[in-house]
Ligand binder design. Structure first.
Ligand code: FA5
Length: 345
């Protein structure tokens, strides 16, 4: 029996060393140490030996078992390390196979319209300009000829930012009109600029009013600019959004920074006999505008005798509602994926 055990040690160690992969090693292990393996069979035969030989041969059998287990452990580690190295080196990886699909994002409806309008107005020679969302009281109100006692400055509309007593007052801009002031100062004349962006008002929310929404300002200042130029710009804008010419009308409207001021209405782009959007009147109120007030030109260091201009302020969020048939403005800033995923295309 001792000879058989020694032979098993020699053959077993050689088989372990020769196993070229983990499956082969598993086979060798079962053949030697499994329930019906060679060493297991020898151990079962120990009982038939004379009593004085049993402890000596039993000890030898256990040493051989330990030696084989150790050899199996070492070889398994070698083979696992080799497999990892091969994986890392790209063996067995086909880089031409398509990867797992990534979920595609989409463009927010407000951003989609803003981008289209930026393209359209850039093609007409306008510059796209930006201003900060935290704005000075001077730019948001004073330079726009909004009197100190105008109700819009008070808490019910404006969100004020806490500042030190000796610091200029700041607010979250309530409209994109302060970008008019900045663009005039930074770019000078002649000027053609649009400024899409986010604005904030302390406003009770409902289906058409949010506290955070988007507007797009338009401003042109040059010599000899008048109402026909303004109408052309506004109509081009609407055509860009709705993809067709809309019949429009101007009504008087009041904004301290324009004179005269207007509200532009358009014949309803969705019906010709009255619908939910136009509430039966066939006219929808689309955007305010007007000729730049002389006081705004003076505040920007321009001579109103020499320069004139027009400005308009589009409610981008409301325009997105109209174009995409969104029935509640609160969806826009909700971050709700069920809403956003509808605009992936
Ligand atoms: C203004 O903000 C002026 N700055 C617009 C302007 C610019 C006039 C240049 C003249 C010259 P108004 O408060 O009306 O105006 O807002 C303009 C547009 O923003 C509205 O027509 C409407 O479409 C949108 N809007 C106003 N309040 C909200 C609100 N709470 N939620 C969503 N959209 C709003």
């Amino acid at each position: 029996m001792r000879d058989r055990l020694e032979a098993l040690r020699g053959d077993g160690l050689a088989a372990v060393a020769a196993a070229e992969d983990l499956d082969k090693l598993q086979e060798v292990e079962s053949r030697l140490l499994g329930r019906s393996g060679a060493l297991t069979a020898e151990l079962k035969g120990l009982g038939k030996l004379p009593a004085e030989e049993r402890p000596v041969v039993g000890k030898l059998a256990n040493q051989i078992k330990q030696a084989l287990q150790e050899a199996l452990h070492v070889r398994r580690q070698e083979l696992e390390a080799a497999r990892l190295a091969a994986d890392l080196a790209g063996v067995g990886v086909d880089p031409t196979l398509p990867g797992p699909p990534l979920p595609a994002g989409g463009v927010h409806p407000v951003l989609a319209i803003a981008r289209e309008l930026e393209d359209l107005f850039s093609s007409m020679g306008y510059v796209v300009w930006d201003g900060p969302e935290v704005e000075t009281e001077a730019n948001n109100f004073d330079a726009l000829n909004i009197p100190a006692d105008h109700p819009a400055r008070e808490g019910h509309d404006t969100i004020w930012v806490q500042t030190e007593a000796d610091e200029a007052r700041h607010c979250l801009r309530t409209h994109t009109s302060p970008v008019q002031v900045r663009a005039l100062r930074e770019l000078g004349t002649p000027l053609r600029v649009i400024a899409p962006g986010r604005v904030f008002r302390q406003e009770a929310q409902d289906a058409t009013h949010d506290h955070t929404f988007h507007q797009m300002e338009g401003l042109v200042v040059d010599r000899g600019v008048g109402v026909p130029h303004m109408l052309h710009a506004m109509q081009s804008l609407l055509e860009g959004i709705f993809g067709k010419k809309l019949e429009t009308r101007l009504r008087p409207g009041f904004f301290p920074f324009v004179e005269p001021g207007f509200e532009l209405d358009a014949l309803c782009p969705f019906c010709d006999s009255g619908c939910r959007v136009c509430k039966g009147s066939c006219w929808v109120e689309l955007m305010p505008g007007g000729l730049v007030h002389p006081n705004v030109l003076v505040a920007a260091g321009l001579d109103p005798e020499e320069y004139s201009g027009f400005a308009f302020g589009l409610g981008l969020s409301r325009m997105a509602m109209l174009r995409y048939g969104i029935d509640d403005i609160r969806w826009m800033m909700s971050g709700d994926l069920r809403f956003l995923e509808q605009f992936k295309a």
